[in-house]
Ligand binder design. Structure first.
Ligand code: HEM
Length: 454
């Protein structure tokens, strides 16, 4: 340990460190740090916090896979828990392990097959909405459309109900909650929730609304007033193998809220970026459409079709390489560690950052990294890369539990839209990346829709 060195990085401003450069350069700051300082780069974020950022797949393996017990989610998890409670994304240790074991079977590929119908129906409803809109020549914000649809899918998959349609207060509450989650996670020092600031009061009101809706759904299900082959049912049936115990209402609330919030916005953003990229690469769009025509024709898609829509998966994989919705994963060392000769101290003020956005742009792993090329994901080309060169869903034991769910949903929605519309970007628009908790296209993705069956 004594021979270990400090990771290199800029000295920065005496008070701000590199915070101002990080804000100004946004994501490109990470790329520059690694270009200038190597594979383990360090900088200060304001007077208190330091960041050590990693881009080498072997270093990522060290933290997320091999020595996972030496790291926790730390500060990132704590800040998210104001909204998500102690759910899968934010919990740690034995409690997390137990909850993951209980929830995991509900996310196996075979158990998700009934969800395909829900996804397909919601995709169809979206297309109907588009067909029936009064001014069909006006541009449509695809980011918003994708969010509406993934929200409906999440709601039905979790609870078998259209919470959004049923209760007009859910969507505004969710928006306030999301803003607060973004604000808290990105703030230098978030204010304690107990302080009655207008922001805190609005957040607590929104959280109460969402809690009331979720607890009511749980209560009605427990009383047998509703049924459904949904994730709620699977989580309620789940029993701990050792103790035989199921989840309490409070645990169910935290898990459901986590799945809802972790599930819909990430998926919506990945799809929004995909439409943006396809509109800029018509040859890729046509190849994807040809695959849909070959595999599906005019049939209603089924679960078995998803692995056959291979090129669509590649398009989504390449889209998430360039725009991974979870653009950074953060960890904190629980014990002092050494990585490649550099010190990683167990210090709650030190953030270990693993940024898929940055890793997905390392030129030795991804030649010509800014080029959109779905053929990077053919099995032959993927075989030549280290596995952890690509991690849109994370890695190791904290890998996204919704990976299959999200891929199924995205392939289906992509296929449904490609079959009916060609999307054309509004001239003069260009999506900028907005790295909040999820990586969003700032200002949405406005598109003209050209119907193909007209
Ligand atoms: C394109 C869509 C999605 C992306 C890019 C994504 C990305 C991620 C990533 C990177 C992690 C790991 C975070 C970390 O290690 O700190 C994660 C965890 C998680 N995701 Fe996803 N996700 C997506 C969709 C979903 C969906 C649809 C669901 C639920 C239905 C979901 C539920 C979760 C949960 C519960 C965790 C925490 C797992 C654990 O720690 O045990 N995600 N996701």
């Amino acid at each position: 340990m004594s021979a270990a060195r400090e990771a290199p990085g800029p000295k920065g401003h005496w008070f701000w460190g590199s915070l101002r450069e990080r804000r100004k350069e946004s994501l490109h700051f990470f790329l520059r740090m690694h270009r200038e300082h190597g594979r383990v780069a360090q900088w200060r974020m304001g007077p208190v916090n330091r960041v050590i950022s990693l881009v080498d797949p072997e270093h990522v393996r060290h933290v997320l896979v091999e020595h996972v017990g030496r790291y926790t989610k730390g500060f990132g998890g704590k800040r998210l828990s104001a909204m998500l409670g102690n759910g899968l994304l934010t919990s740690e240790g034995d409690f997390w392990k137990r909850q993951r074991r209980l929830a995991q079977p509900a996310f196996h590929r075979e158990r998700l097959v009934p969800m395909v119908r829900v996804m397909e129906e919601e995709g169809r409803r979206m297309l109907e909405r588009w067909r029936e809109r009064p001014d069909s020549s006006a541009p449509l914000d695809l980011a918003e459309e994708m969010a509406r649809t993934t929200l409906s899918i999440a709601s039905r998959a979790l609870f078998s109900t259209q919470v959004i349609g049923e209760a007009g207060r859910v969507l505004p509450a969710l928006t306030v909650a999301q803003q607060e989650v973004n604000g808290r996670v990105l703030a230098l020092l978030p204010l304690p929730l107990a302080l009655p600031t207008p922001g805190n009061r609005a957040f607590l009101r929104a959280r109460r609304t969402l809690d009331a809706v979720v607890f009511d759904i749980i209560a009605r299900r427990r009383r047998g007033e509703t049924t459904g082959q949904d994730l709620l049912a699977m989580l309620m049936e789940a029993r701990d193998a050792d103790t035989g115990e199921g989840m309490t209402d409070a645990q169910l609330r935290d898990e459901l809220m986590t799945l809802f919030i972790a599930g819909y916005e990430t998926t919506a953003n990945a799809l929004a970026w995909t439409w943006s990229l396809l509109s800029q690469h018509p040859e890729v769009e046509e190849r994807a459409r040809a695959e849909v025509a070959r595999v599906l024709g005019e049939r209603v898609p089924e679960a078995e079709d998803i692995p056959r829509l291979r090129y669509l998966s590649q398009v989504l994989e390449e889209s998430m390489r360039l725009h991974p919705p979870a653009w950074v994963l953060v960890r904190q060392a629980l014990e002092d560690d050494v990585l490649d000769g550099f010190r990683i101290p167990a210090d709650p003020r030190l953030i270990v950052a693993i940024s898929p956005w940055t890793i997905h742009r390392q030129p030795d792993l991804w030649p010509d990294p800014e080029r959109f090329d779905p053929d990077r994901f053919t099995p032959e080309r993927a075989a030549g890369r280290p596995r952890l060169a690509y991690l849109p869903f994370g890695a190791g034991q904290r890998l996204c539990i919704g990976t299959h769910f999200a891929m199924m949903e995205m392939v289906l929605l992509l296929a449904q839209v490609l079959r009916r519309y060609r999307l054309r970007r509004v001239p003069g628009t260009k999506e900028e990346q907005e790295p909040l908790v999820a990586l969003r296209p700032r200002g949405g993705v406005p598109m003209y829709l050209e119907p193909l069956d007209a």
